[in-house]
Design a protein around this ligand. Structure first.
Ligand code: RIB
Length: 316
């Protein structure tokens, strides 16, 4: 079965539970400080592995306790860490995650070693990519490295998936010709649409417009409102994937869980796109009911027991 190769960020997440997010100039007293493994790249790698794909991670950590924590969490989930470089010149990426009682979060990331991931790291890490593999990218490592990885992966016949998170503010890393699949949440979809001069106010139309303008399979996740997916070219109606009802305690890594599970399904774990989307949505719904990033990502067995693909509908 094809593999998933993730190129992206690895962070230690410092989780602070707060009664409400502080406003400008305000101090709030939080509780429950924990440090767990995260980072969009690492979370997506764990999700792909738990989703059933053979998964490798290309990234960088510092020579410190946080780096060891992240490595152990990846390895524990079955992710190959041979292409995770330890950089003695930087600390492991650190994310401060503030979590409100209803599960909403605010995240600040200081990238550390993630900012020192190089094109050479990517060339070495993607050397084993074969046609049919999936290469999964996000935007928490240098854009030039993301762009290089996309080009390299495409040249090797891989399916290139970009999760455009955090929302991009310029288009220099986004050559649509190098992408096959774009996964975004609603604010990220708006950011990408702005960058490419696409003017569509509403979600289903916007996802179709992205699929048409960029010629990619465009997927937009909308939290409790479900998700939309428009096949490349944007000529067919968008698929609508209803969300699985869930009571959220922590939404951190919900999008990562969706994206990693989708990548695993595209690598051969699911028979068709509707099944792949439905599985990704079910996995994300389970993730929000648990605290933490990597720690919240469910195993495939639980996901398969959660929902059946017949729940999918289409929207004109
Ligand atoms: O998407 C969630 C992730 O964003 C967190 O794990 C944090 O590390 C940041 O990268």
């Amino acid at each position: 079965m094809p593999s998933v190769h993730v190129v992206g960020s690895l962070n230690a997440d410092q989780l602070l539970e707060v009664p409400a997010f502080p406003g400008p100039g305000e101090t709030v007293l939080g509780s429950g400080m924990r440090i767990t493994a995260g980072g969009k790249g690492g979370n997506q790698a764990v999700a792909a592995a738990r989703g059933g794909a053979r998964t490798t991670m290309v990234g960088a950590v510092g020579d410190d306790a946080h780096g060891r924590l992240v490595r152990e969490a990846l390895a524990g989930a079955g992710v190959c860490t041979a292409s995770v470089r330890t950089d003695p010149g930087a600390h492991t990426g650190l994310a401060v995650v503030m979590l409100e009682p209803r599960g909403d979060n605010r995240i600040v990331v200081t990238p550390g070693a993630n900012a020192r991931l190089t094109e050479a790291d990517v060339e070495a890490g993607l050397a084993a990519v074969e046609p049919g593999d999936v290469v999964l990218l996000q935007l928490e490592v240098p854009p030039v490295v993301v762009a290089h990885a996309a080009r390299l992966a495409g040249a090797r016949g891989a399916t290139v998936v970009l999760n455009a998170a955090p929302a991009p503010s310029d288009a220099h890393c986004l050559d649509p010709d190098d992408l096959d699949v774009l996964v975004v949440n609603d604010p990220e979809a708006q950011a990408v649409a702005r960058l490419f001069g696409i003017d569509e106010p509403a979600a289903p139309d916007r996802v179709l417009a992205l699929a048409r303008a960029l010629d990619v399979l465009a997927v937009c996740t909308m939290g409790a409102q479900g998700a939309y997916a428009a096949p490349a070219g944007g000529r067919q109606p968008a698929l609508y994937v209803p969300a699985v009802p869930a009571v959220p305690v922590d939404t951190t890594a919900a999008g990562d869980t969706f994206t990693g599970y989708l990548a695993a399904a595209l690598a051969g774990g699911a028979d068709d796109l509707p099944t792949a989307l439905d599985r990704a949505a079910a996995a994300a719904a389970l993730a929000v009911t648990r605290r933490g990033a990597m720690a919240s990502i469910p195993e495939l067995g639980e996901v398969l027991r959660t929902r059946h693909p017949s729940h999918l509908t289409t929207k004109e």
